[in-house]
Write a protein that binds this ligand. Sequence first.
Ligand code: ZN
Length: 135
Amino acid sequence: MKILKIDHLGIAVSSIDEKKDFWTDVLGLELQGTETVEAQKVTTAFLPVGESEVELLESTSDDGPVAKYIEKRGEGVQHVAFRVENIEEALEELKAKGIPLIDQEPRIGAGGAKIAFLHPKATSGVLVELCERSS
Ligand code: ZN
């Protein structure tokens, strides 16, 4: 598989509104809008950092994956996303190597990207997302 770069870091927060000021006012990043992905019960806010982005994640529901993450481990880095050239090929390669996956097939995430998560038991506890975007 070909990994192009770290696409973004997904950071779980209790509230984008209440927590964004550190990222915008202190670090000087620009919040480029928010998007709710109902299928994943999450609202995301993207803040570009050079070639990558910080993605703040706020749960839209108490039983969403981000809410559960915060409940267990508190706010913090929830996943690391690598941009790949071809996500279908990457998933086939991982399956052939016996790597456990959360998503067997790509699904559509924020910004229309094709995304898939690997199971953290394969990655030293780090939730790894693969994503493929056209731009
Ligand atoms: Zn992500």
